[in-house]
Design a protein around this ligand. Sequence first.
Ligand code: FAD
Ligand code: NAP
Ligand code: SF4
Length: 674
Amino acid sequence: MSHPKYPHLFEPLDLGFTTLKNRVLMGSMHTGLEEEKNGYERMAAYYGERAKGGVGLIVTGGIAPNRAGWTAPFGSKMTNIKTANKHKEITQAVHDNSGKICMQILHTGRYGYHPLAVAPSRIKSPISPFKPWKLSNMGIKRTIRHFVRAAKLAQHANYDGVEIMGSEGYLINQFVSTKTNKRTDQWGGSFENRIKFPLEIIRQTRAAVGENFIIIFRLSMLDLVDKGNTWEETVYFAKEIEKAGATIINTGIGWHEARIPTIATMVPRAAFSWVTKKMMGEVSIPLITTNRINDPKVAETVLADKHADMVSMARPFLADPEIINKSEQGREDEINTCIACNQACLDHVFEQKTSSCLVNPRACHETILNYTPTKNTKKIAVVGGGPAGLSAATTAAQRGHQVTLFEAQADIGGQFNLAKVIPGKEEFFETIRYFKKQLELTGVQVKLNHKVEKEELIGFDEIIISSGIKPRALKLEGVESEKVLSYEDVLKHKKPVGKRVAIIGAGGIGFDVAEYLTHENSSTSQNVEAFLKEWGVDYNNEVRGGIEGIKPKHEPSPREVYLLQRKETKLGKGLGKTTGWIHRKSLKHKNVKMINGVSYNKIDNQGLHVTIKEKPELLEVDNIIICAGQVSVNNLYEQLKEQSNVHIIGGAKLASKIDAKRAIKEGAELAASL
Ligand code: FAD
Ligand code: NAP
Ligand code: SF4
């Protein structure tokens, strides 16, 4: 019987020799666990939990077929039986939980962050310092054999199949595009020659693993780089992939070096499923679509509208391993939604740290951070209902403690209530929705509009202070002028802002305020067509790479904005590695003047007087908005800190560099220990 609410999502997919229980793939993500101590044990727990959560099929993070294909030095590779035997711990955990799992074979080519990197031609990528070595004809044949060997070893390790990574600008993509393949031998030149490398990999893999083994090919359907493929070439290639023996084609959107956002939070949900839809009917094997699908309703619509046969979600499984079971059981309001911030997953990968998740610090730490039921129920007070306090209160209550949460404001969420009003950060609403439901489910007593005084905390066994932060006030002549506003005045109190504005401070909040002031009524994060126009992508995918000759079209900003900082460094340097460039580009689209090396002299009726690189200047602005960092709200803690049962977390503990990732993690870790 079909599922009443999600008939397409929960329809099994018959692959002939095996059946997937639903239409959801957990997409491949590098987590760094592969390289960790006890990595196999940790990966087994991580994937096992996701299998238990009901997903139809899992794809592992990318595993190299040889050393040259490493992501970084000593990255994971599948080259011998000893390694394959270790992987059995992972496949066992998944199979024990009625799941299915494929191993992704990823050869990074010129994206390899090491001196052994190889490519079809000796051309450096703009995102790696290493110039790759050109593969010889023998080298290419050997590499194909290594892909096949990795697949055979995956089969030995009891994987249900493999995914051959052919997109995102990695080695296979590098062979297919004339941008990176300048060869004149049988592996270069014509399109037929350029696709020979991947087709040989699929053919020889199929011959080696037999018929009853899943081979997914991840095909770049929209390159988003110059000299990318045309749609006709992509369709031709897809047909050849089917003929060569692939079981399923997964969609890849954009090379890593593309300068168009494809998965960040300002990208509308399911913004690229139309690309896969264009391929539907061209091949007879199932197609998977991907990118910014983080919710069962969106997934169901994508499938019902025949954009694909299956959806891939990756980060949503970091945020909530149970997303599928919760959807199936009508518990959608309990889903911890991925807000697409990249802060604890992708940014960690680029910083060579183990991945986790901003909204779920247990992700990739399943053997380390556990919320076990308490044997000693305590009365716990949590002061402050921002991300830190919410995380602490719900985790402690989930463990069986009796928790009271005090919040001075009329609603929970703390500074997240300011983040969620920024255009392109609408997903942040979901985290507050999630915590509200968790407070209800775990039985936390919530006292809103309740600013706590010291005396009220007598009688609690444990006191957690999570009173957060407040904007830093500046010492500057004229700062008391009505022209001067704090970011709270603008985002929370909605004070009117004039047409010419200077923002003092260019951290995350300065950038967000600039985004808010320049995108009034023109946010594209909820509208796929407007988003694609803003970033110069052809909605019909009729031009080369989906971008050739398409000029981005921006709505003009309703305001003239200066974004200022004292440091000489590039503005936005401290923003997330995978998202900072998007914020900078987005503000450039709106002609925001980003100026570094500024010193602030005074504010008067004329505006803001500054010195820029030793030259005095007057910025004639109507308003000056202070986004110059924050200070801790810790007065209550100062009064109580001699007591051994008092704890402090989040921004209240340390305002410098506080973000929701640290706040939520500290809350969860403290609550797990009480
Ligand atoms: P807060 O969020 O400040 O919460 C503290 C709470 O305690 C408040 O609700 C306050 O009312 C309450 N309180 C204080 N004193 C008392 C008392 N005596 N009694 C009762 N209640 C009290 N972070 C990210 O990681 N990613 C982002 O993209 C991001 N974007 C942001 C965008 C904006 C515009 C802003 C302003 C912030 C953003 N942040 C972001 C930062 C993030 O929101 C904060 O780091 C986080 O909210 C800090 O959490 P916290 O719980 O420590 O403090
Ligand atoms: P921040 O990143 O520390 O930036 C503060 C800015 O104010 C800096 O540009 C700083 O640069 C300037 N400044 C500091 N002291 C000043 C002073 N006395 N006078 C004038 N300027 C001063 O802090 P934030 O922007 O308030 O953000 C707070 C936290 O929220 C951050 O840690 C961030 O991680 C998080 N956040 C994240 C995102 C995101 O997208 N990931 C978005 C928003 C917020 P100069 O000293 O060079 O002038
Ligand atoms: Fe999603 Fe952010 Fe968690 Fe990554 S860190 S999985 S983007 S919520």
